[in-house]
Design a protein around this ligand. Structure first.
Ligand code: AHR
Length: 340
């Protein structure tokens, strides 16, 4: 009787394993994940998988909305949007999923440059063209079709060119300056490029010094907290450069709390990047001296590249998008038309 119950238990366990675990097969000790069968997409549309960084800033929201506006069903696209949730491993996994689903194109906005080689190799092996947008990857360019985005190094240099002109106008070009920099996410092209551009121009001024440079990950909340910490160690400095507007807005809050004056009418000279609508409001209030534009409206360039590939035309390896510098002097001409 005992033997019979033991046999019965083993049989039931076996049936449960076979029936309930359709997702996995065991071969020896190794577990193999069985993916869902390749999705059946409607051939009337071009299916594009877009892996976004996350929602770290208002710039990012404008950029995400732009893809939804440009890659529409009316234009012949089936857009699969994946929120990277500020997690680069999640982004890489999303690319593997899109490959398994057999999408027609993959657009990646990488949080950081490193860690893409293997996923890009597989996409190439499966014949799925990849477009890299906004930030770059460190992988070999032969693994993707093109990169489309901003000249981040150039943006950094433009910020310092503005500072030079600003100081000259008030006869302060020979002043000793202590500069504080709020950096974006470590390993992200936007932060790498802007920091290099800023430093290369700052180095030309022996009377200027970077007093502090801290990472605040492109978010407003971290901009606030990191600035509070900086102010404890450096209560006096002359220039604040924030590698995006949102970190600057957070830092402004910290400076307000600490009673530190800033802006066009005196105190700390404030310069940031992105040129959001809110940055124009801050310039209007005299709180922000300049914002170097980072253009989030990239999707139309990505769609054009896909259209070119569809019709067998060559696509440039690097496509830079146009950008301006908005300052306390010219902001009023653009403020009303600023959408994001
Ligand atoms: O990669 C572009 C940068 O990322 C923008 O400056 C920033 O606001 C965004 O989060």
């Amino acid at each position: 009787m005992k033997k019979f119950s033991l046999c019965l238990t083993i049989c039931i366990l076996g049936i449960l394993l076979l029936a309930g675990c359709g997702q996995t097969q065991t071969s020896g000790k190794e577990k193999v994940l069985e993916r869902a069968p390749q999705a059946q997409y409607d051939d009337a549309y071009i299916t594009v998988g877009f892996v976004q960084t996350g929602k770290e800033s208002d710039w990012r929201d404008a950029n995400t909305n732009d893809y939804f506006t440009v890659f529409t069903k009316e234009e012949g696209y089936n857009l699969i949007y994946v929120d990277g949730n500020s997690d680069s491993d999640r982004q890489v996994k999303a690319v593997y999923d899109l490959i398994a689903q057999g999408v027609d194109y993959i657009i990646i906005d990488p949080i950081v440059e490193d860690g893409w080689e293997e996923a890009l190799c597989l996409a190439k092996e499966k014949g799925i063209p990849v477009l890299i947008v906004d930030r770059k990857v460190s992988a070999d360019p032969s693994l993707y079709k093109c990169w489309i985005g901003s000249d981040f190094n150039g943006e950094g240099r433009k910020a310092i060119n503005f500072l030079e002109e600003y100081l000259e106008k008030s006869g302060r070009e020979n002043d000793k300056l202590n500069i504080v920099i709020l950096e974006g996410t470590k390993g992200a092209t936007a932060a790498i490029g802007r920091t290099e551009g800023l430093k290369s121009e700052i180095e030309k001024h022996p009377n200027w010094k970077i007093a502090a440079m801290e990472c605040a990950n492109f978010t407003q909340g971290e901009g606030n907290v990191v600035m509070e910490e900086i102010l404890k160690k450096h209560p006096k400095f002359d220039v604040l450069i924030s590698e995006n507007d949102n970190m600057m807005f957070g830092a402004m809050n910290a400076m307000d709390q600490a009673g530190v004056g800033y802006g066009v009418d005196g105190g700390v000279i404030t310069i940031s990047f992105d040129a959001l609508r809110e940055a124009f409001v801050k310039m209007d209030e005299g709180k922000l001296c300049a914002s170097v534009e980072c253009n989030p409206l990239i999707a139309k360039y990505a769609r054009k590249a896909i259209e070119d590939m569809e019709s067998g035309k060559a696509v440039a390896a690097d496509i830079y998008i146009p950008e301006k510098v908005f300052t306390y002097e010219n902001y009023a001409d653009y403020m009303d038309s600023r959408k994001y």
